[in-house]
Design a protein around this ligand. Sequence first.
Ligand SMILES: [Zn+2]
Ligand SMILES: [Zn+2]
Length: 147
Amino acid sequence: MLVNVAIALGTLLIMEGVAWFTHKYIMHGIMWSWHHSHHNAHKGFFEINDLFSVLFSGVAVGLFVAGLEIPSLWYLAPIAAGVTLYGIGYFVFHDVIVHRRIRIKFNTKNPYLLRIMRAHYVHHKVHTRDGAEAFGFLYAPKKYDKK
Ligand SMILES: [Zn+2]
Ligand SMILES: [Zn+2]
């Protein structure tokens, strides 16, 4: 049990690195045609960019099924749990708190949240594939604190 929790939490941390890498080198690279929709005004509720979430969910489901069905691959199940937790954290932070796709009242003085929110606003100042910064989501370096 403890091993499972450790693997899930470790995966959660690694996922921020995976998300950062994907965002910086893939979404702002070869997959800009999808991510573009998230950096520019568009019609309707959904964005082509949402397909990335669908893709990540598919990966998590695949890992869950393999981890639960194949005894020797048991560790894939807690990895899938970590990926899913990250996905939830990402969605709540990125889509609800920053981009307000679901209308809720939310005000925070939490320094950690303010820092990652600020970092993501900085990321969105650039509407092109190149030249953006702050590719992380749930972690941002200290320089994004309000001065
Ligand atoms: Zn971006
Ligand atoms: Zn965004």
